[in-house]
Ligand binder design. Structure first.
Ligand SMILES: NC(=O)c1ccc[n+]([C@@H]2O[C@H](COP(=O)([O-])OP(=O)(O)OC[C@H]3O[C@@H](n4cnc5c(N)ncnc54)[C@H](O)[C@@H]3O)[C@@H](O)[C@H]2O)c1
Length: 383
């Protein structure tokens, strides 16, 4: 694993917990973690249970006792590490957004395909049992034709104008602001549940233009390191509208300036025969409305998706014994392990990463040109 902070903890925990809950021919071994700071990486290895550590990720790629490279570093490092890992024949699991740009994402896809290695991008929210159950209901046709998705991912941890200029606020490191960070997740959920985007139009704002220089610590916290201020080069908030190839309409909003919303990752989907609602802060529950319920009894019902009938839930605890954020990572790791051992491409893979990046790029382009921008043509080379 390269990097060891917020996502490093989530992934390490998932590798360790996976064999507790899932039977598999392929069990992850926490062989080595890489970071640039010797003291930091050593402490992280000890705490999270990695057998060894390196101060340069290139050493992981050279090592013959490593089969899978997991990338949990800032977005500007993803492409170089993925391409080097693939060329060395290692499987890759990469955090989202896949890349800094669509072109870069396509190069990464080409590299993993050429090398024939397993590739997966960490859109973990797909793996909440309630979201998987939503997918099942849609696939069974219970909602009929889908007309709408409205999705948000709203946070408020950046509202203090003195919060430092961390890597997430510098375009050359992150590739984008809330759109690439939070928007990428709801774009993935929309692609998973509704289908492919055909065109988008958006707007963006950077509310605080300059911030004190500093760096990220952990759990979305920062440390001021200078009296000087630097320019914020990404969006603090983005909203966009979308047409889907199947005729559905979408509205999307990502923001770090939505006071009171800590992780407001939510969607509502409306179809001709029913509707679904999900909220990450209450992630076990799926709200379901079915139009053919008896008149007088119609309304949204709340389903606690912890029954054996709900995807992944049966691997854990008895019904009603709820799951949390970390289980979405254990579930995605189970898919990754199955893909590696059974030789299929687990999803979301880098093709999904490229399609996601195409939406991100189209929204940015639409903001610059103040017009609708097509998504389908950006990814047509894949088909
Ligand atoms: N799936 C999710 O829900 C989710 C949530 C948060 C972040 N992310 C993604 O995960 C990735 C990491 O985010 P984070 O929040 O863990 O960041 P973080 O700032 O908490 O941690 C980044 C880690 O990368 C290390 N690092 C930076 N440059 C490096 C380099 N060149 N070589 C080796 N290590 C380097 C840092 O020292 C640190 O350990 C990003 O791509 C981010 O978008 C995904």
């Amino acid at each position: 694993m390269v990097g060891y902070r917020l996502m490093g903890r989530a992934h390490s925990h998932a590798y360790r917990d996976f064999p507790f809950y899932f039977d598999s021919d392929t069990i992850p071994v926490l062989q080595a973690v890489a970071g640039r700071d010797e003291e930091g990486v050593k402490a992280a290895a000890d705490k999270m249970g990695w057998a060894s550590w390196e101060t340069d990720w290139r050493r992981l790629i050279e090592r013959e006792d490593i089969d899978l490279i997991d990338i949990v570093t800032p977005n500007n490092t993803h492409a170089e590490i993925v391409i080097a890992a693939a060329e060395a024949g290692k499987h890759v699991f990469c955090e989202k957004p896949l890349a800094l740009s669509l072109d870069q994402a396509k190069q990464m896809l080409e590299a993993v395909k050429k090398a024939g290695v397993t590739h997966m991008v960490c859109h973990n929210y797909r793996f909440s049992p309630a979201v998987q159950f939503a997918k099942k209901l849609i696939e069974e046709g219970r909602l009929g034709k889908i007309y709408h998705i409205r999705a948000t991912f709203l946070q408020d941890w950046l509202m203090d104008p003195d919060f430092p200029l961390i890597w997430r606020l510098r375009k050359e490191v992150s590739g984008g602001g809330t759109l690439g960070d939070l928007g990428a997740h709801i774009i993935d959920l929309a692609r998973f549940l509704v289908g492919e985007f055909s065109e988008v139009v958006g707007m963006m704002e950077t509310f605080i233009k300059k911030r004190p220089l500093g760096s990220m610590t952990d759990n979305l916290k920062g440390r001021i390191e200078s009296d000087q201020r630097g320019e914020v080069t990404v969006d603090d908030a983005t909203a966009f509208l979308a047409h889907f190839e199947n005729g559905a309409l979408g509205t999307f909003e990502s923001s770090r300036f939505s006071r009171g919303n800590r992780a407001g990752n939510r969607f509502e989907i409306n179809g001709e025969k029913g509707s679904l609602r999900w909220d990450m802060e209450n992630l076990n529950n799926l709200q379901v409305y079915l139009a053919d319920d008896e008149p007088g009894l119609q309304g949204f019902r709340t389903i606690n998706c912890t029954e054996e009938e709900h995807p992944y839930a049966g691997s854990y605890w008895p019904s009603g014994h709820i799951l949390g954020y970390e289980h979405t990572f254990i579930n995605i790791v189970s898919e990754l392990m199955n893909g590696i051992s059974q030789g299929y491409s687990p999803q979301p893979n880098f093709e999904d990463g490229v399609k996601n990046q195409a939406v991100l790029e189209a929204v940015e382009e639409s903001v610059q040109t103040r017009s609708w921008v097509g998504v389908s043509e950006k990814v047509h080379v894949l088909s």
